[in-house]
Design a protein around this ligand. Structure first.
Ligand code: CTP
Length: 207
């Protein structure tokens, strides 16, 4: 099947030399891309900046900001049969990106941030996507109920939920433990290498 995957962090420019980002390594999304290609799927990986090697046998589209990722997804999603949104997209971006490097001046500096577009949340309505839709939920409390709210709000077929308050799994770790939240049930995928979770998730695509 034709599968689109988003991965990695986004990078939101403050000025020509500074940006806002987050701790996402991209490992989960890249592992899913590799597992899907291995299973014979046609994969497009749209990724923010990471230090990972691009898996073999996939199409790769690098992006930087949340806005660039949104545009890339909007462009390619209509021709896909499944989509996995593993990227840690910035929720806010600087209202203006200064053209010149911001000089040191006062004792404090305030940045005005504005909300980015919710890419996953736009898939069903704005982008009219009807394929199998997988989202991720990074939570620090009430993991299952928060993930179920996201599943319903964003029209997903599956939300993969992590407890990011744990340092042994999730962000920048090789291992993950996840709750797989479907519309009609929840499954626990116990702590295992991200590669194993990736293979399991690929086997779930399509229901
Ligand atoms: N996501 C996205 N575009 C955004 C923000 C998030 O596509 N601008 C996607 C992520 O790739 C992930 C899912 O939405 O699949 C959940 O992201 P998360 O940040 O956990 O949830 P939010 O909806 O942003 O809610 P909150 O931060 O309040 O928990």
């Amino acid at each position: 099947m034709k599968l689109l995957i988003t991965a990695g962090p986004t990078r939101e420019a403050i000025d020509p030399v500074r940006y806002l980002t987050n701790r996402s390594s991209g490992k989960m999304g890249y592992a899913i891309a590799a597992a899907a290609a291995h299973a014979g799927h046609q994969v497009l990986l749209i990724s923010g900046p990471t230090s990972l090697d691009v898996p073999e046998g996939i199409d790769f589209l690098p992006v930087e900001s949340a806005e660039e990722m949104y545009q890339a997804v909007a462009n390619y999603l209509p021709r896909m049969e499944a989509a996995v949104f593993a990227a840690a997209v910035a929720d806010y971006t600087p209202a203006v990106s200064a053209k010149q490097k911001i000089k040191k001046s006062g004792e404090t500096l305030s940045l005005d941030l504005v909300k980015t577009k919710d890419i996953l949340g736009s898939a069903r309505d704005e982008m009219a996507f009807t394929g199998f839709l997988v989202g991720f939920a990074a939570e620090t409390e009430n993991v299952e109920s928060n993930a179920r709210i996201k599943l319903e709000k964003k029209g997903c077929d599956l939300v993969v939920a992590n407890d990011v308050s744990r340092s042994d799994i999730g962000f920048d770790s090789h291992e993950n433990e996840a709750l797989l939240v479907f519309p009609d049930r929840t499954e626990l995928f116990g702590k295992a290498p991200k590669h194993d979770l990736a293979i399991h998730l690929v086997s779930m695509l399509g229901g």
